[in-house]
Design a protein around this ligand. Structure first.
Ligand code: ARG
Length: 572
């Protein structure tokens, strides 16, 4: 059972003993560890409702808590908070249990769900750029946490592989292959630009491109084969980025827009037949009363254009239906730029009305803000172009290499390269994942690669330091009963035991920065503990207990960073 469950149960019993029924206890981690490990904030509300003195009522609850074996103290403070401090015996037992468990005491979900996560999802007509970083890594860490908690995660990379640009791209591919038999797609961005130039300057080429679009949509095998070739080349680029980033997406997770092509007309027909969609002067529209346009009329969710063409929305409707019916999703998570929030709100509303998204299936738009340059504008190259993701990762590793060489010049080349990779890529990912995803953030190399502050290098280094202490320790007993005496031992233990609660919060809210903030707290607390409580110089059970705390710290940092998709190192 996790820590907050145990404490909630204790608090509820104490509320009952104090004569408070049906009021929430409102248990929270303490704001300031000086005063306790947790606090109960629910007494004030309960007192107000019952017209009782809050401090007196709080004292009754605190008295009832006094007998708890879990707590060392329960003290009334301020207008009626109760500060709780966990008992050293309880903490020691829990640390002992966590060290014995292969999962650091993190339980598997009692009711595992099938969770579909739509993430990364780049358009294949373009090379992956920094705009794709956030969806890829935020989605990936949510997927990792949910899997870790025992849910079945189905990753869906909803790539943009369909639409009119593909006629042009295939036409250009044919031209290139005619000139060079062994044509390789080296630079997708350049390829796209060249194709566009050809399209604009040569009417014959433009005609061919348009012809290909019609043939593609008509299912012409020859053109489809060419299209598949192009898509395969483009996906190879994306896969290369995922592998370098340590994002778990695999080729089999690709379920792009083209997959739903045959479902689009049926989707429109079904919505028309049920009366949910109407013909509005040739355009097929679902009017949604709960969304108003700027004139105050119901917003129009367009599902088919006048000429018969389908839209992004049509594909997403077909896709929701597929995820519910075929993939049997209990929960669907879309990790997409926050600028698409209205599209998804309308998509969910229309899908619910159509009966394709039943009430018992959760659908969540997990939006994120923009990555900004130091100038406060969207991150660009000096010449104002979008930054390719591959180039960003190259630069990260390059910068980390310089850093590693400076810090540790005697490392052999191979080890240095491995460390630089973990630090460089880790820094980029952590800088992003440690921020509240809904806000924009400033991309700053110096900050993210610093060994001080809330950064990947700081946490990776903290892990390495723990490992080096453990290595120097020689013989010690992980299975012995720990004995906690010092305040910082207790504080560190209490923090380590919050791991499961934090993972649960991330799983529920899909905000990875809660995990990052927690790991930073653990690392900072470990470093204070390390200063205050010598480990290797201590003797007897104190030495062993401190080594146990160090080991649990190391395991928590490693598992936690791993769930953010960040590697740890034994030396650095
Ligand atoms: N390809 C889209 C883009 O780059 C993102 C797709 C998100 N997923 C979805 N089901 N619409 O903007």
């Amino acid at each position: 059972m996790n820590l907050s469950h145990i404490l909630n149960r204790e608090a509820e019993q104490a509320f009952a003993a104090a004569g408070i029924e049906g009021a929430p206890v409102v248990l929270q981690p303490a704001k300031n560890p000086e005063f306790g490990d947790f606090q109960i904030n629910g007494v004030m509300g309960a007192a107000k409702q019952r017209k009782q003195n809050p401090r007196e009522l709080a004292q009754k609850v605190a008295d009832a808590l006094a007998g708890s074996s879990v707590l060392a103290s329960a003290e009334v403070a301020g207008p009626g908070f109760i500060n709780l401090r966990l008992s050293p015996q309880f903490l020691a037992d829990q640390v002992h249990g966590a060290l014995q468990s292969s999962r650091l005491n993190v339980a598997q979900a009692a009711a595992p769900q099938t969770v579909v996560i739509d993430y990364s999802s780049p358009n294949l007509a373009k090379e992956m750029h920094v705009g794709h970083l956030r969806s890829s890594i935020i989605g990936d860490s949510i997927a990792r946490v949910l899997r870790h908690l025992g849910h079945t995660v189905i990753a869906q990379n909803h790539v943009g592989d369909w639409g009119t640009q593909f006629g042009m791209l295939v036409a250009y591919l044919v031209e290139q292959q005619a000139q060079n038999e062994h044509f390789e797609l080296a630079d997708l961005e350049q390829f796209y630009r060249n194709a566009k130039v050809r399209f604009d300057e040569d009417p014959a080429f433009a005609d061919t491109a348009r012809e290909y679009v019609v043939k593609l949509q008509g299912g012409d095998e020859a053109v489809l084969a060419l299209w598949r070739q192009f898509v395969a080349m483009s996906l190879k680029h994306a896969q290369n980025v995922y592998d370098r980033l340590g994002v778990l997406l695999k080729p089999e997770d690709v379920a792009g827009e083209s997959k739903y092509n045959n479902d689009l007309q049926p989707v429109v027909d079904e919505l028309l037949a049920s009366g949910l969609a109407v013909d509005d002067g040739g355009t097929k529209v679902v009017f949604l009363d709960e969304f108003k346009n700027k004139d105050g009329d119901p917003a129009a969710f367009i599902i088919q254009k006048q000429g018969g063409g389908f839209l992004y929305a049509t594909t997403d409707l077909a896709c929701v239906r597929y995820r519910v019916r075929q993939l049997k999703a209990d929960r669907i998570i879309y990790v997409v730029d926050t600028r698409q929030s209205l599209h998804f709100a309308q998509l969910f509303a229309a899908s619910r009305k159509a009966g394709w998204l039943p009430e018992n299936v959760q659908a969540e738009f997990i939006g994120f803000g923009t990555m900004m340059g130091k100038d406060g504008k969207p991150f660009k190259t000096r010449s104002g172009d979008t930054v390719k993701l591959v180039e960003l990762l190259d630069e990260a590793v390059e910068r980390a290499t310089a850093l590693v060489q400076e810090k540790n010049p005697e490392l052999d080349g191979q080890t240095a390269a491995r460390i630089a990779r973990a630090v460089g890529i880790g820094a980029v990912k952590y800088a992003d994942l440690s921020k509240n995803r809904t806000s924009d953030y400033i991309f700053d190399w110096d900050n993210m690669l610093s060994f001080e502050g809330n950064t990947a290098p700081y946490l990776q280094y903290a892990y390495t330091r723990v490992q080096s202490v453990l290595k120097k320790a020689g013989q010690w007993d992980a299975a012995a009963q720990p004995v906690l005496t010092e305040p910082l031992e207790c504080q560190l233990a209490a923090e380590l035991l919050k791991f499961e609660d934090v993972l649960q919060t991330v799983a529920d809210s899909a905000y990875p920065h809660y995990l990052a903030a927690y790991l930073y707290q653990v690392a900072s607390l470990f470093s204070r503990f390390y200063e205050a409580c010598p480990i290797l110089k201590a003797e007897g059970s104190a030495r062993n207990t401190r080594l146990q705390l160090a080991a649990l710290t190391g395991q928590t940092l490693q598992t936690g960073l791993g769930l953010l998709g960040i590697d740890t190192l034994e030396v650095m």
